[in-house]
Design a protein around this ligand. Structure first.
Ligand code: G3H
Ligand code: 13P
Ligand code: NA
Ligand code: ZN
Length: 328
């Protein structure tokens, strides 16, 4: 059934595990996420970005997730709206049946300008007020996602801070996080600790720690009842980058977030881990390989099946690595 995200994250906190939140755009991704969850007995968070709503359209997206709830009745599913840029967007999702929404007030409505604290509180509190009155959970975001390697804001997927960035802006301040939660009553808080969206997170192979997990600890100590969220948490599997490039792709050398750092974050209060890029890479690699090896094929199902299988394996791995497996 569809459940609120709060319910899933509370259970995860009580039992010390994390949930991957997978972005979805189409049938194959929804099936991969659900079949993997069924195999390992895992609860599910599926989320639709603004890009997904533009690609599939909100009704198709919503009905795909509702179809999953119907076909996999034993699995609890949170239907989450990812990165809402304004209260209006969130209110529409609440009205149409999403059980959780993210009000991303870390940037102004233009998606580029780092927001003031007051702006962020105002828009987030407005959404919480409406959402909580109908049992919908809310995720907020404080601090700007971006790279501590290049000191730049997120820039890959059309939203992200532009201009000069300082470490202060790229790391969530623990004191500010505590007042933000008091001022807004959000259920979950996305924090900036050195992750960024997309495939190009780190230009060299991580040796030591690449994220500021110490920040997560400090934030969690101050707001132990607020579930922490890590965006930009794809691990960018080298195997899939290699397969993509072996079958005609041209992806430059790049690295993602090591799974061990996410696991360390989960030990210190991270409950929701957003993953989109890993599924994209796996599906593209598998489809390229299939098409490269089957040059006469023209049936999309023939390459979508291996793409689905590759996505499913990513999901199973993350359910197991984050401790989600066994908790449906
Ligand atoms: O928020 C980031 C997700 O990866 C969504 O990306 O807007 O291309 O669907 P998208
Ligand atoms: P990745 O691009 O690392 O998969 O992050 C996705 C995300 O944070 C969606 O909100
Ligand atoms: Na989100
Ligand atoms: Zn995100």
């Amino acid at each position: 059934p569809l459940v609120s995200m709060r319910q899933l994250l509370d259970h995860a906190a009580e039992n010390g595990y994390g949930l991957p939140a997978f972005n979805v755009n189409n049938l194959e991704q929804v099936r991969a996420i659900m079949d993997a969850a069924r195999e390992v007995d895992s609860p599910v968070i599926m989320q639709g970005s603004a890009g997904a709503r533009k690609y599939a359209g909100e009704p198709f997206l919503r009905h795909l997730i509702q179809a999953a709830a119907e076909e996999y009745p034993e699995i609890p599913i949170a239907m989450h709206q990812d990165h809402g840029a304004s209260p209006a967007v969130c209110l529409r999702s609440i009205r149409s049946g999403f059980t959780s929404v993210m009000m991303d007030g870390s940037l102004e409505a233009d998606g580029k300008t780092p927001a003031s604290y007051d702006y962020n509180v105002r828009v987030t509190a407005e959404v919480v007020n409406a959402a909580h009155s109908v049992g919908v959970s809310v995720e907020g975001e404080l601090g700007c996602l971006g790279s501590l390697e290049t000191m730049t804001g997120d820039k890959e997927d059309g939203h992200g801070a532009e201009g000069e960035m300082t470490e202060d802006m790229l790391l969530t301040d623990p004191e500010e996080a505590a007042s933000f939660v008091k001022d807004t009553s959000v259920d979950a808080l996305a924090v900036a600790i050195g992750t960024s969206h997309g495939a190009y997170k780190f230009s060299s192979k991580p040796t030591g720690e690449v994220l500021r997990i110490d920040r997560i600890k400090e934030i969690h100590e101050r707001i132990p009842d607020t579930h922490l969220v890590m965006h930009g948490s794809s691990s960018v599997p080298e195997e899939w980058i290699d397969i993509i490039n072996q079958y005609g792709g041209e992806i430059p050398e790049t690295y993602g977030v090591p799974v061990e750092e996410i696991q360390n974050g989960i030990k210190h209060g991270v409950r929701k881990v957003n993953i989109d890029t890993d599924i994209r890479l796996a599906m593209t690699g598998a489809a390229r390989k299939h098409l490269g090896e089957n040059k006469a094929n023209f049936d999309p199902r023939k390459f979508l099946i291996p793409a689905y299988e590759a996505a499913k394996q990513i999901c199973k791995d993350r359910y197991e690595q984050f401790g989600t497996a066994g908790n449906a």
